[in-house]
Write a new protein. Structure first.
Length: 160
């Protein structure tokens, strides 16, 4: 049994303990921009996703603990349920682009709402290649957020 099959086995066992037996799964191999993803699809998510995807993160964390205790060399991976994280990633990237454009046009910093570390990472990566802005996380715990700032070292020539 390879590592991915071993991880799926533990995901199935964990969900089984939660009373969830009817689901399908898919493994999405990592790319240069995405980690290994274990996708779970089910009809009724009940509260499996949770507010702001918090339950998915907690379930993923517990599964990683189980795998670590079984002495399995685990790759970096994420758990996604009914493509919640995928759609959240798309909306976060759009939020990042819109906020960055607002910062460039106004030449003023902009604070994004508090986000999980996973969400903040998506924002930082999306905007990392832009030389006209910089990003920084501030705050603590659940109140941690991103500030997008204009890059003051760049000068712009305005038409007269």
């Amino acid at each position: 049994m390879n590592i991915n099959e071993e991880i799926i086995k533990h995901i199935k066992e964990f969900l089984g303990f939660m009373g969830i037996a009817n689901f399908t799964h898919q493994i999405e191999e990592p790319t240069t921009s995405t980690p290994l993803t274990f996708k779970i699809y089910l009809d009724d998510t009940n509260d499996l996703i949770g507010g702001r995807g918090g339950n998915i993160s907690n379930i993923e964390h517990l599964i990683k603990i189980i795998i670590k205790r079984k002495n399995i060399d685990q790759p970096l991976f994420v758990l996604d349920i009914n493509d919640y994280r995928k759609s959240k990633e798309i909306s976060l990237k759009e939020l990042a682009k819109t906020a960055a454009q607002k910062v460039v046009l106004s030449n003023e910093s902009h604070n994004l709402p508090p986000m999980s570390s996973y969400e903040r990472r998506i924002i930082h990566l999306e905007l990392a290649a832009r030389p006209d802005i910089s990003t920084e996380s501030q705050g603590d715990g659940e109140d941690r957020y991103i500030i997008i700032r204009p890059n003051k070292s760049l000068t712009y020539i305005k038409d007269s």
